[in-house]
Design a protein around this ligand. Sequence first.
Ligand code: ARG
Length: 461
Amino acid sequence: MADKAWGGRFSEATDKRVERFTESISFDARLAPFDIQGSKAHATMLSEVGLLTEEERKTICSTLDDIGKSIAAGEFEYHIELEDIHMHIERELTNRTGDIGRKLHTGRSRNDQVSTDVKLFIRHAIDHLVDLIEDLQEAFVGRCDRDQDVILPAYTHLQRAQPVMAPHYWLAWCEKLERDRNRLFDARRRTNVSPLGAAAVAGTSLPINRNRTAELLGFDTIATNSLDISSDRDFLIEFVSDLAIISVHLSSWAEEWILWCTTEFNFLSLRDAFTTGSSIMPQKRNPDVLELIRGKSARVIAANQHLLGLTKNLPLAYNRDLQEDKIPVFDAYDTVTACLELAAAIVETAELNRERIEARLEEGFLDATTLMEYLIKKGVPMRTGHETVGTLVSTCEKQKKRLAELSLEEFQQACPQIENDVYDILGVKNAIQAFVSEGSGGPKPVAQQLKAWKERIEARS
Ligand code: ARG
């Protein structure tokens, strides 16, 4: 019983099954560096307000550092009787320093301690994810020059729609990732508020200085209501929601590239290093990494559901249910980290199959909208122009022709406003030049977009 932090009140040892059921050390051990950081700040504050002597502070802080080193070196043993990383570190401190270590938990509870540690972890995780998002954006931007003369069909409903320059595709993903990045910055701001010092649920009678620990830990400010602090997991829900959006983006990108790697599309080839073979079909080269990026998004989406489900029925304030929050958070973070790293490697190394793309570019009437807009410029009402071009496309389909292969007589029969200059805008290479509006996929606006992206990336470094 002496083993337990609550030993004094209990006359019976904890059932082994209860220990196994209630432990969290199997998943919260990775919080160790953050727990040590938080405890050192707490000890420093305690010494400043007279609850520890300077000698005691020094002993506590240097011993915590030593414990951190043992943990990092893998020399630390975990026991489920000690439940979680917080009890392990405090017990080890006491083993090494005796009564001095027994003072560390003054004016603090595991409830505010856990929340502090997890916030420090999330802050670190966000910074790492922002770096990885930037790497992926740079991988997309990095291939824009290489692919600058490639025209790709843009699809709606997965049907050929209009032509765009290939970098327009790459920069589209950059835009989505930029919103993801900004969402993480927003989440970081709301996370970076110190829970430490709320103690268990109602605060403490001891003369602690919450602003000082907040300052020492780099929090922007302190959270103001101890009941709220003890129960708050919004920052985790928000973080994992942001991760869910990232993984949905990665999943749809992966889906698109999986399609592009099929014999049917044949737009893209992945490098051998990023594909796998089949154990029975010798010809196969499978985009397993892309498929797993798509597949793993389900875990991250589920993590988001997990946290909402976990918290939806909890009365104020701390409830032990909250211990379960770390499992989906760590899993979602690890999953998105791995996906972002591999996505960047694939984006850097995949090759567009230029000849194949170009050979089929005139299929699917990618120039039809440009022809309709040509009619509008000749004074034809939009709806009339739409109908006229629809009829012309239908004629072409029957005659197995492209729009550019119709004669001027055929055009003028359909619409007298059409003149010889129509041939200047027909054909995909001509049609794409017509896309000049801001944000469109034509060569000029795409070059502008690319320039802006290069400047943005330059400004980051
Ligand atoms: N292992 C627990 C967790 O991670 C520690 C919190 C314990 N607090 C309590 N009141 N029992 O949430």
